[in-house]
Ligand binder design. Structure first.
Ligand SMILES: [Cu+2]
Length: 69
C-alpha cells in the first residue's frame, strides 16, 4: 500500500537522506519519496511486513516529527 506521512523538522537534503535511510532499513519498504518543501513523504510498502505506525515511529527515531496523514 501507499501512505503519506507529514514530516516536520527537515531543513536540507541531508535530513531527507537520513529519513530515507531510516525508512528503508525497515522490512517490506518498496519505495520512498520525501518532499522537503511540502514536509511530507510518500512510502510504498508491503502491509503484511510493516505498518504505517512503525514507519512513523522510525521517522521519529531519526530525529523528526512524523504523522500518518
Ligand atoms: Cu538537514
Amino acid at each position: 500500500m501507499k501512505q503519506t506521512f507529514s514530516i516536520k523538522g527537515m531543513s536540507c537534503q541531508h535530513c531527507v537522506a537520513r529519513v530515507e535511510e531510516g525508512i528503508k532499513s525497515l522490512a517490506g519498504i518498496q519505495k520512498v519519496k520525501i518532499n522537503l518543501k511540502k514536509e511530507n513523504g510518500v512510502v510504498k510498502f508491503d502491509e503484511s511486513q510493516v505498518t504505517p505506525q512503525q514507519i512513523a515511529e522510525k521517522i521519529t527515531e531519526t530525529g523528526f516529527t512524523a504523522e500518518v496523514m
